[in-house]
Design a protein around this ligand. Structure first.
Ligand SMILES: Cc1cc2nc3c(=O)[nH]c(=O)nc-3n(C[C@H](O)[C@H](O)[C@H](O)COP(=O)(O)O)c2cc1C
Ligand code: SF4
Length: 557
């Protein structure tokens, strides 16, 4: 990420945002024209190559995808459900091969057969209505799934009226930002986006960072295939997310809040826009909120399709209109974030929790769950469960309770659960009774709770094919900044492809070397996290994978 480009982008900031302008250029023709990019570059005093570098990165703006009309989901849940070959065959009756692309993922993991057409999502039985969809008679819309809770619920229970929320907000603003920060510290809230970093520590760091202008960024780029709990919050509980952002701004001293929402969630973008307008109309957002002297303005930005933009430094580069490559830390975003200013980047669910903490008190939140993992956690269950959907559990709840009671067991025999996205752990079903849903239990057993998507791997699905899917995903989504991931993900995919095709067994030593290099040498959690599920598979599915590996030693030069 270039500091010069950051400064040039900052001149127009959020009001005439460069990233949005690049996106707008691609709306008409599928990708920005060379002339359009040249003019934009001139306006922003940048080189055309800088803008081309950014535009060519995203699924929805890159020139190669210009002619794609419909995108089929290639996420893990749709893959394992086996719905996509039939979907593609149906799409083939309406679209030419070069008009059908892939996107990962649409967050319709509870019913699969998901596709994206003209800015809308479809899934489940929709593929049978393709004629109506193409003719504009059936335009998709909100899908149906259950959101249920086990124990105390904060995030899935009905949000109180805006009058009630106004009363809560006025009380928090009257007590001052230090009091709010103290409650956040007391709560023990840890980030829900994957890393589990203490939220209050980040807010304190941002609050103490010098600077008149600061930002709160809501990371709504939920890209983990299998996850749709952030989508649930954005669409069904938008006020808890927005209030959490606003209060994070109050604590840190930020007056601007940016929601970076993935383009694969069109309904969420619409719903959040409506909720922002309502808060502004009610005087609960904008200038001098409820006469407190505190001002906070929201801006929702539509992302353009790149998994790595969920990583916080890539996300910030993306908003600035730069090519979203991961940045070396320090400086951390709380010191030098969006447009070089102190920035708090937090996950959707973390921010929604913050609102409930400041309403009910930090101590009440800390009492829920299993210390040191406090509070409740949302999990997304895919269609391998009899009752898929979003579940809220108290931290410390047995995984078996989630699977058997909330999820109603499996629809078909499952051999492993992939929990926490493509970089999360692969939990064999035999380990389910050993685990409780909290950061510590997962880490102790060699897994990762992450953002807590739960995808069932069917008994009959070859593990070697699933590993190939993971490497393929990483190869496609790698930002290319560091060699271990950029090259290693591709080489790993090739090794697995050849082994699966029976062309060449994989040297165990070579594979171990690859995993070790990815783990130790990658700059971010994409390359660094990929080895975890692979190692889990090698450990727990050794017998199944044995035929694909050889014990040949690698020659040391
Ligand atoms: C490859 C990669 C992808 C990520 N994707 C997301 C994401 O989609 N959503 C998210 O909130 N955090 C994601 N993160 C984590 C963010 O970098 C960051 O830690 C998080 O947004 C901080 O919010 P939290 O403290 O509330 O968890 C990702 C990290 C990596 C390495
Ligand atoms: S690990 Fe991969 S995604 Fe992360 S910085 Fe390196 S190349 Fe980019």
């Amino acid at each position: 990420m270039s500091r010069n480009l950051t400064s040039l982008s900052a001149r127009k900031g959020l009001s005439e945002n460069l990233f949005e302008r690049i996106g707008e250029l691609s709306e008409k023709e599928g990708a920005p024209s060379e002339e359009g990019l040249r003019q934009l570059a001139e306006e922003f005093l940048m080189g055309p190559a800088n803008l081309y570098g950014a535009a060519s990165f995203y699924d929805f703006t890159r020139p190669e995808n210009k002619d794609i009309k419909v995108y089929a989901c290639s996420g893990s849940a749709c893959l394992l459900a086996g719905t996509q070959p039939a979907l593609k065959a149906r799409l083939g009756a309406f679209f030419r091969e070069e008009e059908i692309g892939q996107v990962c993922c649409l967050g319709r993991c509870h019913e699969n057969a998901a596709f994206h057409y003209q800015g809308r999502n479809y899934s489940g039985q929709d593929a049978g209505k393709l004629q109506d969809i193409v003719d504009g008679r059936h335009t998709g819309g909100q899908d149906q799934y259950e959101a249920r809770a086990h124990g105390r619920s904060l995030l899935t229970r009905d949000f109180p009226s805006l009058d009630n929320c106004r009363h809560t907000l006025a009380g928090i603003l009257a007590r001052g930002p230090e009091a709010a920060l103290s409650e956040a510290i007391l709560s023990g809230l840890r980030g829900r986006g994957g890393a589990g970093f203490p939220m209050a520590v980040k807010m304190k760091s941002c609050r103490e960072a010098p600077g008149a202008e600061k930002f709160v960024v809501c990371n709504a780029d939920e890209g983990d295939p299998g996850a749709f709990s952030d989508r649930y919050l954005l669409e069904q509980q938008p006020y808890s997310v927005l209030m959490g952002m606003l209060l994070a701004g109050y604590i840190t001293g930020a007056e601007s809040g940016v929601l970076y929402i993935r383009a694969e969630y069109p309904e969420a973008i619409v719903r959040i826009g409506q909720a922002i307008a309502e808060l502004e109309w009610q005087g609960m957002a904008g200038a001098d909120i409820l006469g407190s002297g505190f001002s906070f303005r929201f801006k929702a930005i539509k992302a353009r399709g790149a998994y790595i933009c969920g990583e916080e430094t890539a996300l910030l580069a993306s908003i600035e209109g730069q090519r979203p490559e991961v940045r070396v830390r320090p400086p951390y975003p709380t010191q030098e974030g969006l447009f070089g200013k102190p920035t708090l980047v937090s996950n959707v669910e973390t921010l929604a929790c913050l609102y409930h903490i400041l309403r009910d008190g930090g101590a009440a939140f800390a009492k829920i769950g299993a210390k040191p993992s406090a509070g409740t956690k949302l999990l997304s269950l895919d269609s391998s469960f009899a009752r898929p959907g979003v579940c809220e559990v108290e931290m410390g709840t047995p995984l078996a309770t989630l699977v058997d009671e909330l999820g109603g067991g499996f629809r078909h025999p499952v051999k492993a659960l992939h929990i926490g996205g493509p970089l999360g752990g692969l939990v064999p079903v035999g380990m389910i009774p050993e685990l409780t849903i909290d950061f510590e239990s997962f880490a102790r057993h060699g897994f990762l709770l992450g953002h807590a998507s739960v995808v069932g791997i069917p008994e009959g699905y070859p593990m070697i094919a699933y590993l190939e899917h993971l490497f393929e995903f990483a190869a496609h989504e790698s930002c290319g900044k560091c060699f271990p991931c950029r090259l290693g993900s591709v080489r790993g995919k090739e090794l697995l492809q050849k082994a699966r095709a029976g062309e060449c067994a994989i040297s165990e030593a070579l594979f171990e070397d690859l995993l070790d290099t990815l783990e130790k040498g990658s700059l971010c959690g994409l390359g660094g996290g990929l080895p975890l599920p692979v190692r889990n598979a090698l450990q727990y599915f050794q017998e199944e994978l044995k035929p694909y590996f050889s014990q040949t030693q690698i020659a040391v030069q």
